[in-house]
Design a protein around this ligand. Structure first.
Ligand code: MN3
Length: 233
């Protein structure tokens, strides 16, 4: 009954060869350690926000997802992306907690200290093809993040037929989910729940979004695009 193979959320998220499960109980998800310290993203995201966000909010989604997995005897051997793609056939707790776990695991990796600029590469070509310019892309994405009413996420996603789309989802939904209005593979995600920015920016979501561009790790996002489009996920 116990499956220990390849269920690390980390391995699935970063779309590299899946790593063996390396901690916690079998048939359970785990948070990937942050690749940087809580203070690394300052001054854009302050240390305390990062600490509470990672060790309380995101940890809570992971723990509650695991609780739902146990209580409902859910087989997670096909991974979180499979589960989210079929989320309508799972209990609603899986949509909320599983989405929360996946979205945050992706979010941490989309950022790094000082950010990394988008290099001349296939993703950049594609962004310019679909949005005209990097500046316009940032504007459209920022508008999606700003206009998301209440809590949710803004996304850059690639569809199965290779289109780039910017959209937002409510709560902890994401474009992988069969219940989502917009569907595709998320490349870049921005958390616009108030817990992501309120200590530093209070009600100024627009300012948080503007500053956030300075810590986006485009190397990670570009790798993710390459992995998806070359079928390595
Ligand atoms: Mn959050």
């Amino acid at each position: 009954m116990i499956k220990t193979l390849s269920v690390s959320a980390a391995g699935l998220i970063i779309a590299t060869p899946v790593k063996a499960f390396s901690g916690g109980e079998p048939n359970q998800f785990a948070q990937t350690p942050l690749g940087y310290s809580y203070a690394s993203l300052e001054p854009v995201i302050d240390r305390m926000t990062m600490e509470i966000h990672y060790s309380k909010h995101a940890a809570g989604y992971c723990a509650n997802l695991n609780k739902a997995v146990l209580e409902n005897k859910i087989d997670i051997s096909k991974g979180i992306e499979y589960i989210l793609s079929n989320v309508s056939s799972y209990p609603s707790s899986v949509r909320n907690q599983g989405g929360g776990h996946y979205n945050h695991e992706l979010f941490w990796k989309c950022m790094k200290q000082g950010g990394a600029l988008l290099q001349e590469n296939k993703l950049k070509e594609k962004i310019i093809q679909f949005f005209g310019s990097i500046e316009n892309f940032q504007k459209v994405f920022s508008d999606a993040a700003l206009s998301r009413f209440g809590s949710g996420w803004a996304w850059l996603l690639v569809t199965s037929d290779g289109k780039l789309i910017i959209d937002s989802t409510p709560n902890q939904d994401n474009p992988l989910m069969d219940v989502s209005a917009v569907k595709g593979y998320p490349l870049l995600g921005l958390d616009v729940w108030e817990h992501a920015y309120y200590l530093n920016y209070q009600n100024r979501r627009a300012e948080y979004i503007k500053q956030w561009w300075g810590i986006v790790d485009w190397n990670f996002v570009s790798r993710r695009y390459n992995d998806y489009t070359s079928g390595r996920r």
